[in-house]
Design a protein around this ligand. Structure first.
Ligand code: GDP
Length: 363
């Protein structure tokens, strides 16, 4: 599966957000073992209103959402790249995640200590980012001499790795994260370097309860920074989300409406995390269940089938495909077929978000 690491300075609301994410009533009711896997790892259902619609049309007994993993990574402080605050251990945890959710304190509360003295989320973001950049720079520079030696001996792979690493080192030295300097077409090679600042980032602004629907001056400042970087931002109140997570589905809507909120901040964090990772959803619809499956953008049909079962890839013959909108408009598979909206696709078909698929395969 794919995962997002939750990072940030101490006392910004990371654990509150993580606990709310993994305790959500809908997650528990979802027929799936969403819950805390380890103390700091939780799997969360990805809310998707299309599931219920498809299940209704396809007369399924139940729905099974797809999921996303969240890892609560505590303990990042100024100096983490030099080992402060168990820095090395936490940096190792960050290297392993696919994307970073950076929680920023955008609420004032005199009773809750701010490790940097006062509330300033843009400064906080820069502190963490600096630590991650320093650690990335160190890890690249450590590897460089051995690579250069191999390149001298005409090792083509080492030469290629140097060509990828050099612009990254240059950027990091200038104080720019690695994600701003990924050479064209080298995304996979960069990913293998396991740099922290090459991973996509989502800023989560944790605002006070009164600013949950509007944001505040702090979250505005974060938005301006994020816009300049092309990063995504979600505004939540972790305190409200903690309350919402304890409510049943029907109570929740009322509670949120009372606060002037359309949807829960958690749903927005999950959706943004899913988007950050470039994930797509396809569906299978049957009498037993309607189910959502996760693939990355660009995945072809046989590899999409492998998400259900490895054997499906090996024995793949074809898939019957109906786009979600057609499935709804024509009242299901039979109707879509009659309207000429059911396609038979082969092994080169790139599965699209919302496709309703039925695989044909040899066993
Ligand atoms: P972490 O160290 O980043 O994991 O922070 P925690 O989630 O443990 O929160 C630190 C303290 O801030 C706790 O006492 C929380 O109850 C409190 N806190 C978290 N979010 C909010 C918020 O939105 N508003 C207020 N007033 N307090 C919050």
């Amino acid at each position: 599966g794919f995962n997002c690491g939750i990072v940030g300075l101490p006392n910004v609301g990371k654990s509150t957000l993580f606990n709310a994410l993994t305790a959500t009533a809908s997650a528990q009711a979802a027929n799936y073992p969403f819950c805390t896997i380890e103390p700091n790892v939780g799997r969360v259902a990805v809310p998707d209103p299309r599931l219920d619609k498809l299940a209704e049309i396809g007369k399924s007994q139940k729905t099974v959402p797809t999921s996303l993993e969240f890892v609560d990574i505590a303990g990042l402080v100024r100096g983490a790249s030099r080992g402060e605050g168990l820095g090395n251990q936490f940096l190792a945890n960050i290297r392993e995640v696919d994307a970073i959710i950076h929680v920023l304190r955008c609420f004032e509360d005199d009773d809750i200590t701010h490790v940097e003295g006062g509330v300033d989320p843009v400064r906080d973001a820069e502190i963490i980012e600096t630590e991650l950049m320093l650690a990335d720079l160190e890890s690249l520079e450590k590897r460089l001499p051995a690579l250069q030696k191999r390149a001298k001996n005409r090792d083509a792979e080492a030469t290629a790795q140097i060509a990828v690493a050099e612009p990254l080192i240059e950027a990091l030295k200038e104080g720019r994260p690695a994600r701003t300097a990924i050479p064209e077409g080298q995304e996979e090679a960069v990913r293998r370097l396991q740099l922290m600042t090459s991973k996509p980032v989502l800023y989560v602004c944790n605002v006070d309860e009164d600013s949950a629907s509007t944001g505040n001056a702090f979250s505005q400042a974060v938005k301006a920074k994020a816009e300049a970087e092309g990063a995504a931002v979600v505004v939540v109140s972790a305190a409200i989300e903690a309350e919402v997570s304890q409510l049943a589905d029907d109570e929740r809507r009322e509670f949120l409406e009372g606060l002037g909120l359309k949807d829960s901040g958690l749903d927005r964090v999950i959706a943004a995390g899913y988007g950050l990772l470039g994930l797509r959803t396809y569906f299978t619809v049957g009498p037993k269940e309607t189910r959502a499956w996760t693939i990355t953008a660009g995945t072809k049909a046989p590899q999409a089938a492998a998400v259900i079962h490895n054997d499906f890839e090996r024995g793949f013959i074809a898939c019957e495909t109906v786009a979600y909108n057609d499935y709804v408009q024509y009242g299901g598979e039979a109707g879509a077929k009659e309207a000429g909206r059911l396609r038979i696709e082969g092994r080169d078909y790139v599965v699209q978000d919302g496709d309703v698929l039925l695989f044909r395969f040899n066993v």
